[in-house]
Design a protein around this ligand. Structure first.
Ligand SMILES: Cc1cc2nc3c(=O)[nH]c(=O)nc-3n(C[C@H](O)[C@H](O)[C@H](O)COP(=O)(O)O)c2cc1C
Length: 220
């Protein structure tokens, strides 16, 4: 199949878009309203978008509590959602009134950020503390007026890592076993069984690609 996704239709029972852009990391966003009510919710329209300084984004269909709080207080956190934390992550996605604290609802312990006044998941192997930067009101088709999707961008100003996940100086992501979002209601887990290490290639004198070796500790 090959279809026009603006004027045409996929004709399938569900839009395959998110199953194609997969896996997506899960942005487990912690925030706090002006009133002090804490909030936690997963966002799979989420990613790291810049280094030096680090920036991350999440995208909300409608002005959800995480958006409202981040804009109101200027801060939010990201906690790494892992296989062990699946039930709490899923539980925190429940549609609940603004005054519901999803940390309490899902029996999750929290820590207050060291650099920003927002909570993160205490038992998560890693968390990012962020300062809200801006909201992008995403346009509709052909750049027409926005359709109610908001991208929030934040600068990472502090990073928490549970030291037991640092092995020989590296954050051991496959030991942390992060959850990833696939399409539909499907998930995956990143672990040792499905990860590998390869260095980037170099060109030899003749301009041909040289054999790729195991990582020697140098970034190329
Ligand atoms: C794994 C997962 C990923 C999700 N990703 C998104 C997303 O990218 N954007 C969005 O608007 N909602 C997403 N949701 C739904 C929100 O988590 C849900 O609407 C939640 O109630 C929002 O909470 P809040 O209003 O406290 O921010 C996702 C749910 C799950 C379970």
């Amino acid at each position: 199949m090959h279809y026009d996704c603006i004027n045409g239709s996929h004709g399938l029972p569900h839009d395959p878009f998110k199953a194609i852009v997969a896996p997506r990391p899960i942005g487990w966003i912690g925030s706090k309203g002006k009133s002090g009510i804490q909030n936690l919710a997963p966002y799979s329209y989420f990613n790291a978008v810049a280094d030096k300084p680090h920036f991350i984004m999440f995208s909300s269909v409608g002005i959800k509590d995480s958006v409202k709080n981040s804009e109101e207080t200027g801060v939010f956190t990201f906690s790494l959602a892992t296989e062990k934390l699946f039930d709490a992550m899923n539980g925190s996605s429940v549609q609940a009134a603004y005054n519901v604290d999803e940390f309490k609802l899902t029996n999750l312990a929290y820590s207050q950020g060291k650099y920003v006044d927002a909570p993160y998941v205490k038992d998560s192997p890693a968390a990012l503390e962020c300062k809200y930067w801006k909201t992008i009101d995403m346009p509709g088709a052909n750049r027409s007026k926005g359709t109610g999707t908001y991208v929030i961008l934040g600068q990472v100003v502090g990073i928490f890592i549970n030291d037991s996940f640092i092995k020989e100086g590296l954050f051991d992501a496959s030991e942390a076993r992060p959850l990833v979002r696939l399409g539909y209601m499907n998930y995956g887990v990143v672990g040792k069984e499905n990860t590998f290490t390869k260095n980037r290639p170099q060109l030899d004198k003749e301009g041909n690609l040289m054999e790729i070796n195991e990582w020697d500790g140098k970034y190329r």
